[in-house]
Design a protein around this ligand. Sequence first.
Ligand SMILES: NC(=O)c1ccc[n+]([C@@H]2O[C@H](COP(=O)([O-])OP(=O)(O)OC[C@H]3O[C@@H](n4cnc5c(N)ncnc54)[C@H](O)[C@@H]3O)[C@@H](O)[C@H]2O)c1
Length: 428
Amino acid sequence: MKNQSNKTIAVIGLGYVGLPLALLAERKGYKVVGIDTDAKKVELLNKRTTPFAGEQIVKQLKNSSLETTTDFNRIKDASVIIICVPTPVYENHIPNLEPVKNACRNIAKFLQKGQLVILESTVNPGVSENIVIPILEKESGLKAGKNFFVAHCPERINPGDKNWTVENIPRVVGGLEEKDLEMAYKFYSSIISGQIKMMGSIKEAESVKVVENSFRDINIAFVNELAMSFSKLGIDVVNVINGAATKPFAFMAHYPGIGVGGHCIPVDPYYLIDYAKQNGFDHDFLKLARKINNNMPKFTAEKVLNGLNEVKMAMNGTKIAVLGLAYKPNIDDCRESPAFALIKVLEKYRASVVTFDPFVPSRSTAKSLGEALKDASAVVIATCHDQFKNLEPEYLLKNGVKVVVDGRNCLPKEKFIKAGIIYKGIGR
Ligand SMILES: NC(=O)c1ccc[n+]([C@@H]2O[C@H](COP(=O)([O-])OP(=O)(O)OC[C@H]3O[C@@H](n4cnc5c(N)ncnc54)[C@H](O)[C@@H]3O)[C@@H](O)[C@H]2O)c1
């Protein structure tokens, strides 16, 4: 470990992105101060309690001497200030840059000459130059590129991923001027082992992240559309995708499901859609992908309806267990999770919905899997947590389950059909 102890780093926003980054910088020898506007979260962190689950983070936090505070005054001592605040969208899908603006206003009050400000939050091209820098300059009276420096390095962390971590994921970085870029490159080189690619401008670096996540959204929309079409054709789309994936080049397997969740994939494309629209371009393809993926909870609910009809049951008043609330397996993050959209549709059909997620007990209506399944006529796997992958058909039958909708195509289909359960996957 290099000794960086004479240098202080300030991380603004201590969530899924900021906290692992702050802990990494600390492990690499920096003094780190973490600043968050959520006083409760700061209190928890100071008691060394993580606001979200994650074996590694829990361990790292316990062993750290990270200082966390709500006081922006503490950025005064930092040589590098990294912004990791949320970038959500409003209900009408327009980007909500208020957290970024607020963070910049607070930073500007205490900004010092020579400091490097890096935005890690996902944004559309233009945000650093058109929003971040003007706020920092106006409130501080300092000049970007001259008195203080600005760079953008979009975060790529994949919560729950044991192989790709904040430390080894390759990064891209863009700077306002040559010096800003060099400073940012030097900083990331001191904390991460992954490759760092210097981009030609901040705008290019900003674009990389929205393109990456739009790419994923579009690919998932494609297989979700295939799932809807192949359901009608009576062809198992998962087998088809696995067949296509044997081609060693020019095909990348994506799989269908009940929808797309998390703070990134269902949100970031809207940043590009909105920015391009403001500049005279309509992203039809991206909008269609969003529409298809947003429709998957409804498609899944229709699978439940059809399954129940096959056993001559109505949705109205029937107990349906939705298993999994988090947006992906084995984590507790429920942001934008399609499970909630699915529940809404099921409830519109007047089903009696009970939910269980071992990672999210606070939002589950049942305390255990057993309680959720008791007297349920249908089960929907909304998140493929390990605990659900091993569900045995006999166990479900014993509870009175007649229909299983495998919203993540993670159960052994043949085994369920053989046991006499009506099995419906997404496109299989
Ligand atoms: N979660 C991911 O997997 C992921 C991956 C890559 C990139 N990103 C991007 O990183 C950014 C942060 O995401 P996240 O998942 O860590 O969000 P998060 O909601 O988990 O954490 C953000 C934190 O910022 C705090 N905050 C909000 N406004 C603030 C302000 N004005 N000043 C100081 N703190 C403030 C919140 O209290 C919260 O603790 C987003 O732009 C997101 O798109 C997220």
